[in-house]
Write a protein that binds this ligand. Structure first.
Ligand code: RNT
Ligand code: ZN
Length: 421
């Protein structure tokens, strides 16, 4: 039996199994293919960017490990992303940070960045037919060295970061215009205190004012959508973070902005899967930073664990996919970086497929009837349905190597390209 025959046969059997549950597999495959997932460029170089190759990553985030072969030039990074994307099925976007500007060796301050510094990225995205998303980079910079940016007490510094965020929104607007799909621009800042502050109010007042100024510059939502990302703590800001959940929840609701939920930005037993349906009552759209915190906001590669599945289930069951922008946010420097992208992004897509292969209406009916016994039994049953047979077939339809064969390609690329850097 050829591999193709084996995969097709297993798929046909799986289809029968799902049919018994009233699930239309073909429909799920069509739907899952179209959900955009925004790949984060920063997994490729440990959040270094091209502004200063020797810059220290600051802002309370950390990429640990020194696996060889990280991308050091825009060309290398794009080649690595190309490689990763060639192994990830379904619709993708790329999420860029301002740090990834190309300035031809010229020093351009962050508040002076312009769309022209991203021309190569736009041309690259155009050629691939994908959209771009964006982030102002409010860290790894002299003017953020005391841990404050948009909430800084010094107006000169605060204004610098305000100008950077406005410049970033304009760059994102140009992406939207050029690529025909709005860019999501996400504002995340590290501002906070290591130890217990005396004044929790003033920094929050300043942050609110900064955001008001940033968003006062009108940009058509057809080109750019603004998101704000909260956090509970960072390394060096353990006691107080200005942009907390309550702060941004309030801000996004009051100002009709997108709320970004990062899986690693809450207390360790809190999960974002439970927050989706809550915040969706008050904001039109959300951005997700799908990540995997291990004991802290460690940004491990996303695996197919309970929380990832729960996130996907919430999006599918709640019919929230149209109002959700799925972005990834992890950076592991201890393993092959391309493999990290492939594993994490495939898992996000696989979780969505899993959620789409669920007999949700039936489960809902059991729930309403109060038959929680059957609800639990069937949810457990679904965990061992032949998802992998459907997944393999899906990969084949996308002309991608089956099973873990993609790994051979990545190892080959490592030998031929990464290790020669
Ligand atoms: C930091 C935030 C933020 C960053 C990226 C690089 O805790 O999660 O989203 O990870 O912008
Ligand atoms: Zn994040």
């Amino acid at each position: 039996m050829t591999q193709q025959e084996r995969i097709t046969q297993a798929f046909e059997l799986a289809k029968e199994t799902y049919k018994k549950w009233g699930v239309d597999v073909e429909e799920a495959l069509k739907k899952v293919q179209e959900v955009p997932i925004s790949l984060h460029c920063w997994q490729g170089d440990d959040v270094t960017g091209f502004e200063n190759p020797d810059a220290q990553l600051t802002g309370g985030i950390q990429a640990t490990g020194n696996y060889p072969g990280k991308a050091r030039t825009p060309e290398q990074l794009r080649a690595d992303i190309d490689k990763a994307m060639s192994l990830i099925p379904g619709k993708l976007r790329l999420n860029l940070h301002a740090l990834y500007a190309e300035t031809n060796g010229e020093k351009v301050e962050r508040d002076e960045l312009k769309p022209e510094h991203f021309t190569n990225w736009v041309e690259w995205a155009k050629a691939k037919g994908i959209g771009l998303d964006f982030n102002p980079s409010c860290f790894s910079h002299d003017k953020s060295s005391d841990g404050f940016t948009l909430a800084h007490h010094d107006d000169e510094i605060r204004n610098f970061w305000i100008r950077h965020c406005i410049a970033s929104r304009k760059i994102a607007e140009s992406f939207g215009k050029e690529l025909g799909t709005p860019a999501v621009t996400n504002v995340w800042i590290p501002d906070g205190y290591k130890d217990i502050p005396v004044d929790r109010t003033a920094p929050r007042e300043r942050l609110k004012d900064s955001l008001d100024q940033i968003f006062a510059v009108e940009i058509d939502e057809a080109y750019n959508l603004d998101a704000v990302e909260s956090k509970v703590f960072g390394i060096g800001s353990e006691s107080y973070v200005v942009g907390s959940n309550e702060f941004y929840m309030g801000y996004a609701t009051a100002n009709k902005k997108l709320l970004c939920l990062d899986a690693g930005h809450f207390h360790p037993t809190e999960v974002i899967s439970d927050k989706i349906s809550a915040v969706m009552q008050f904001v039109d759209q959300i951005l997700l930073h799908v990540s995997r915190p291990v004991r802290w906001d460690s940004d491990h590669v996303v695996i197919l664990n309970d929380e990832l599945i729960a996130i996907a289930q919430e999006l599918v069951r709640g019919n929230y996919l149209e109002r959700t922008h799925i972005g990834l946010d992890f950076f592991d420097a201890s393993i092959n970086r391309i493999a990290a992208w492939v594993i994490g992004t495939r898992n996000m897509r696989k979780a969505l497929l899993f959620a789409m292969l669920e007999p949700t209406d039936y489960l809902r009916k059991l729930e309403v009837e109060g038959d929680y016994t059957s609800r639990l039994a069937i949810l457990e049953e679904m965990k061992t349905t032949p998802l992998s047979a459907v997944w393999e077939y899906y990969l084949m339809k996308n002309n991608m190597p089956a099973g873990s064969e993609w790994l051979k390609e990545v190892k080959e690329y490592e030998k031929e390209v990464l290790l020669k850097r």
